[in-house]
Design a protein around this ligand. Sequence first.
Ligand SMILES: Cc1cc2nc3c(=O)[nH]c(=O)nc-3n(C[C@H](O)[C@H](O)[C@H](O)COP(=O)(O)OP(=O)(O)OC[C@H]3O[C@@H](n4cnc5c(N)ncnc54)[C@H](O)[C@@H]3O)c2cc1C
Length: 319
Amino acid sequence: MSVLVLAESPKGKLKKAAFEVVHYGFKAAQELGGSCIALVIGSADEVSQLGKYGASKVIHVPEDRGGMDSATYTDMIAQVVERESIHTVVVNHSSTGKAIAGRLSVRLDTGIASQVNTVPQKSDQGITVGRPVFSGKAFAKYLIKGDRRVLSLMGNAMAPQEVGAACPVEEVSLQVPTPRVIIKETKTVDGVVPLPEAELVVSAGRGMKGPENWGIIEELADVIGATTACSRPVADSGWRPHHEHVGQTGVAIRPNLYIAIGISGAIQHLAGVNSSKCIVVINKDPEAPFFKAADYGVCADLFDVVPRLTAAFKKFKAL
Ligand SMILES: Cc1cc2nc3c(=O)[nH]c(=O)nc-3n(C[C@H](O)[C@H](O)[C@H](O)COP(=O)(O)OP(=O)(O)OC[C@H]3O[C@@H](n4cnc5c(N)ncnc54)[C@H](O)[C@@H]3O)c2cc1C
């Protein structure tokens, strides 16, 4: 009995999240027994490298993923679960993982816990596992009864650590069911780390006064290699695209660094960003609520501070 993790490889490249989920699977296997097996569906480079993060083997299904929907993925994962006698399936809490996890738990008739961020522990009746709830204000511990379960792992919850060497790869051909839904086209923003995976985020709000001023935000993000984000009114006003909106009704993120510029720090905004590891706030109002959630704060005019911060980063990088 082992742990099976789905390692996503969009456009043939393993995502950072794939290494996270493999390392989580490795730790889960240490607690629950067995080993961690990584499943890669579709073409992908250097899948044996997943062994470095704790996979004992990789099952590689080279079938072309083009047009595959979550029902097709679920069917294929379920085949591997039976083939390898798996006790725990772990997926990333990504758009793909979210779509698969629920279906898979129904298909396997198991319990499910989503967005977990602790390693599962054995209990008399099954396992216990935890996750933050109520926008990070409380922590819930779940008991999942039975011998099998499905978990989705919160983004950036587990830093992937090298624990071994490249592992064997088994090329497997699975029965691919005829999909009922065919994905004809997927449009993604190229050249930018998607917000849920970004380690560095530069975010700005209504304090920017208008979209014409965003050059200083983009320049700062560019210099430090960050992804840009924004508050909801900024996206609602069309100053920035909706996929940049973070918060309760937008994307929930957990980067290592979140720089909030001209954002007041309303509770609905904080709900999506307050799990960031380090928060830097730039706001000219000393009473702005964001300062209470900040690790570092600069109380000043952003139009003065941001260009100076960018210049300082440029100077530092040139050293
Ligand atoms: C149901 C619901 C869901 C919501 N969901 C979300 C959500 O998901 N995400 C979200 O962001 N919001 C959400 N909101 C809206 C939220 O309540 C706030 O209205 C919003 O976050 C405020 O955006 P802001 O901080 O950019 O703007 P403002 O509140 O207008 O704040 C602008 C800030 O910029 C500062 N500032 C102005 N000029 C300068 C300057 N020159 N230099 C430095 N600082 C300056 C000001 O001091 C102020 O603090 C939601 C609201 C509701 C009711």
